[in-house]
Design a protein around this ligand. Structure first.
Ligand SMILES: Nc1ncnc2c1ncn2[C@@H]1O[C@H](COP(=O)(O)OP(=O)(O)OP(=O)(O)O)[C@@H](O)[C@H]1O
Ligand SMILES: [Mg+2]
Length: 487
């Protein structure tokens, strides 16, 4: 009988031990979760002594939880680094929560930041046992939201990007060293609204960066409106940008301009140095007064969009040559991202080539997983006037000649005109360049040659050629004009 009792007690003891262990694990798990959330959580008992102080609180206040636990707020904080404990005391007294109140808070490094806080009573068996305070750092949260929206875009790319017009994310941009640094800068400036000027040669990824910035910003759900300043006829530019009201001129109808279409989003002025000077003056005024007036209207409409612009000319030189007004330049270039040409970051060529091979493997159903040393060496020596776009065209062209069994991309896969170009251009023309004018003419010649060869390859089909070059039809027509190519 007694043995039975002992056995029963033992069993009960065992069960209690298991239960205890389970509670311990659950407790640890909850603590771990609280330590990993983005909010700062502090709990006090009935006597206003701190009984819980999570990791985010430590980070925010620069204190160690071991120095804080068990102490009263008055003993831990000295004014002005002092959370209004009146609020906590009131909650302890009344049992009524205080929800989502704004608050200025001093971070441990002395900086002020915007906070939203709530204080909840903690009731145990109907009695007030204590209270807990949850702080949300508003500045940090907006970064977090932008990052979440960017991730969401990555998961639902087709759904969201087709609506906004921006398909590229900063994560799509490949590159180490300088590009990685520019990507970090781009991610950080994306969260603010300051104008950005992107400077880089043709094909360096200016469009990619501008879309990436839009998609990493809080405006990512808004539209991305791209304006190619080189391709829009001068006479239409103004009405396109600002919109028109009915009867403003013969045939004018009520149309919103691109600025209005970019509401809540981003407007991207590509090739800004090609914008007519009289319009640059008008654009400057828009940036100053932050509102537009439709042609024929007297009403000022406020604008709410971020402005990104791009140029493939050196802006200082463009100012000297009177292509860009200096006052507009200073407005647009609050932040400048300089994207170096591919020849100055040769370490990126292998990664880029590998990623384009992967892309065209999928597209063409191939299994290439290597590039011949000989080809890589040629890539390394080549001048890359068309930068990353040119590299992608090389790879796409070569992948067209790959057979199902081929695993390595070789020199013999390159189309004849590519092979000629890369072999004849092995030596960088840099040594022979004495002035920027000459550089411009080398670039133009190569651009012309490239367009003509792709045009020939596509039986002079404009749509196909533009697609293959990764530029719009409008832009291609413009290039025909400036490079003297016959349609
Ligand atoms: N770092 C990169 N990683 C991956 N792809 C890139 C990168 N840079 C450029 N590309 C690719 O190269 C092509 C050209 O890029 P983009 O259109 O952004 O160049 P751009 O600087 O705007 O050129 P342009 O001055 O001629 O308009 C695109 O197809 C893009 O996907
Ligand atoms: Mg571009």
């Amino acid at each position: 009988m007694q043995n039975d009792k002992i056995a029963e007690l033992k069993k009960e003891n065992e069960e209690l031990k298991i239960e205890n262990e389970k509670l311990k694990i659950e407790n640890e798990l909850l603590k771990t979760i609280i330590d990993n959330i983005h909010e700062s959580v502090i709990a006090v008992n009935k006597n206003d002594e701190i009984i819980l102080y999570n990791c985010e609180s430590e980070k925010m206040e620069g204190l160690n939880r071991n120095d804080v636990l068990g102490k009263k707020e008055d003993d831990v904080y000295a004014p002005p680094f002092y959370f209004s404990d009146e609020v906590v005391k009131k909650v302890l007294r009344t049992g009524i929560a205080v929800i989502e109140q704004p608050y200025w808070y001093y971070l441990n490094d002395g900086r002020q930041t915007n906070m939203i806080f709530s204080v909840f009573p903690y009731l145990y068996k109907g009695q007030i046992f204590g209270a807990y305070i949850i702080f949300r750092n508003v500045n940090q949260m907006s970064d977090f939201i932008a990052r979440t929206l960017e991730m969401r875009k990555r998961f639902f790319e087709d759904e969201t990007t087709s609506q906004t017009g921006a398909v590229f994310l900063l994560d799509h941009i490949i590159g180490s060293g300088s590009i990685k640094k520019i990507k970090e800068e781009a991610r950080s400036i994306a969260r603010r609204d300051s104008p950005v000027l992107i400077v880089g040669e043709t094909g360096t990824g200016k469009e990619l960066f501008s879309q990436g910035i839009h998609n990493a910003s809080l405006r990512s759900k808004g539209p991305f409106i791209s304006v190619n300043c080189a391709a829009i006829p001068e006479t239409l530019f103004e009405s396109l940008l600002f919109g028109t009201v009915k009867g403003a001129f013969t045939g004018a109808v009520e149309t919103p301009g691109l600025f209005e279409q970019a509401e809540d989003g981003t407007i991207f002025f590509d090739e800004i140095n090609s914008m007519p000077l009289f319009l640059q003056a008008k654009l400057l005024r828009v940036l100053q007064v932050k509102s537009i007036q439709r042609i024929g209207s007297t009403v000022q409409k406020p604008i709410n969009c971020r402005i990104i612009s791009a140029t493939n000319n050196d802006p200082v030189e463009a100012i000297e040559r009177k292509l860009i007004r200096s006052d507009l330049y200073f407005r647009l270039a609050t932040i400048t991202l300089n994207i170096p040409p591919l020849r100055e970051r040769k370490e990126d060529i292998n990664y880029l080539a590998a990623s384009f091979i992967k892309k065209y493997n999928l597209k063409f159903g191939l299994f290439v997983d290597n590039i011949a040393e000989e080809l890589l060496n040629l890539f390394d020596e080549y001048y890359w006037p068309g930068n990353v776009r040119e590299l992608e065209n090389f790879i796409e062209g070569a992948m067209n000649f790959v057979q199902d069994k081929d695993k390595t991309l070789n020199l013999h896969h390159l189309p004849e005109y590519f092979r000629k170009r890369i072999l004849s251009n092995k030596k960088s023309p840099v040594n022979t360049i004495v002035s920027d004018k000459k550089l411009q003419s080398v670039l133009s010649e190569t651009e012309k040659e490239m367009i003509e060869s792709i045009l020939a390859q596509n039986n002079r089909n404009i749509t196909k050629t533009a697609r293959e070059l990764g530029i719009s039809r409008q832009n291609l027509y413009y290039k025909f004009k400036i490079l003297g190519i016959k349609k």
